[in-house]
Structures are given as C-alpha cells and as structure tokens.
Ligand binder design. Structure first.
Ligand code: E4P
Length: 217
C-alpha cells in the first residue's frame, strides 16, 4: 500500500519523505488554510520535494471553472493530481481533464456508487473518507471493501486512495482490504511505529546492557 501524507506542512513532508515514507501528498482547502501559505507557492514547494502525485484541489463549483482551475494547478508541476469534488460537475471536469492526460483525484466520496461513477469518468484516484463516515456512526471500512470488490469485479484501474484516516487501526484495515493508497496526517504515520512491548523490551535491553559495563564504540 502506498503512503500519501495529508498535509501542506513543508517540514513534516520533508521529514517523512527523507525516511522513504512518502509516495505522494494530498492537500485540500482546509489544509492550505492551516498552512497559512499561498496555494500556488506551497504546492510548488511540495512538488519540488516529493516525486509522487501531489493532489491540489479546485474550489470552483461549476465544471468549466473547475477545468480552468485544474489546468492552472496542473501547470505547477508534472506530478500534480487535480483534486475534484464528487459532484456531477466534478465528474464532468474529471472526464475532460483525465482525457487530456492529467492525473485526477476525485474527493469527498461517501458511497460505492459515487466511486463507480468516478471510475467511469476516468479518475486516477478515488478518495473515500473513512473518518468522516465513522463520525456519523457508519463504517468507513465497509465502504473501502465495497469499492475494492466493485473495482475488482470490473477491472477498473482507478486507485483506491483511502482518506480521512484517523488511526493506526484505519491504516491496518485498509492494508488488509487492499486499498491501493492511504493518505494520513503526519502524526498518524508517526504513531504506526509505537508498540508498548517494543518500549518495554528496549527498556530491559538497556538496563541489562548497562550491567555488562561494555561499550560498542
Ligand atoms: C483527503 O484527501 C483529505 O484531505 C483528508 O483525508 C480529509 O481528512 P479529514 O476528514 O480528517 O479532514
């Protein structure tokens, strides 16, 4: 499973990218607001750091304006994936931009039928939002499983980009189901390393090592 990092914070992207943990980046208008940066500038900076797809989201609501914004965003760098909302206009823009050879990430997906439409419109990525479904007491992971089944049934090439990931268990469940990509905030990716038995075992090893009185260097 590929790891995308869901942030527009440059220092976090650099740190995780240097560790080989970043196959791509996703941003959205809320993350751009949080960064306090200009969308064109910060997106260009991210594209210079990361070689994989970097999603940048349009904010227009109507297809022609989405297409114009998408083309402007795609001009930032070759690895831009234009992010479009899962509306009828978003699907129209998806078809035009993907036919033009651009990578498209269709976002705000909350049903398997929406994912089916995005695949038929030529989306490169579909972004089902797990956490936001869990927030309203629906099972976000059921949606990932349904989309996996439907895409495999018909050989759709659209990649499932599991989004709105809030926990290590979300990451594990997505990997078990076979999501192609997951995008998570930096803090969730860092938390994947934690295990109490690792900490306990290391603590014991350090205590015993001190008793040996030895040094390696
Ligand atoms: C994905 O592309 C979105 O930017 C993101 O995963 C949304 O996550 P949230 O529901 O935690 O805001």
């Amino acid at each position: 499973m590929k790891f995308f990092v869901d942030t527009a914070e440059i220092e976090d992207i650099k740190e995780l990218n240097d560790l080989g943990m970043v196959d791509g980046v996703t941003t959205n208008p809320s993350l751009i607001l949080k960064s306090g940066r200009d969308i064109m500038e910060v997106t260009k900076e991210i594209c210079d750091i990361v070689s994989g797809p970097v999603s940048a989201e349009v904010v227009a609501m109507e297809a022609d304006a989405m297409i114009a914004e998408g083309r402007k965003l795609a001009d930032i760098a070759e690895n831009i994936a234009v992010k479009l909302p899962l509306t009828w206009d978003g699907l129209k823009a998806c078809k035009v931009l993907s036919d033009d050879g651009m990578m498209v990430n269709v976002t705000l997906c909350f049903s398997a039928n929406q994912a089916l439409l995005a695949a038929k419109a030529g989306a490169t990525f579909i972004s089902p939002f797990i956490g936001r479904l869990d927030d309203i007491n629906l099972d976000g992971m059921d949606l990932i499983q349904d989309i996996r089944t439907i895409y495999d049934n018909y050989g759709f090439e659209t990649s499932i980009l599991a989004a709105s990931i809030r926990s290590a268990n979300h990451v594990l469940d997505c990997a078990r189901i076979g999501a192609d990509v997951m995008t998570a905030p930096p803090e969730v990716i860092r938390k994947l390393v934690s295990h109490p038995l690792t900490d306990k075992g290391l603590d014991q090893f350090m205590k015993d090592w001190a008793k040996t009185g030895q040094n390696i260097l």
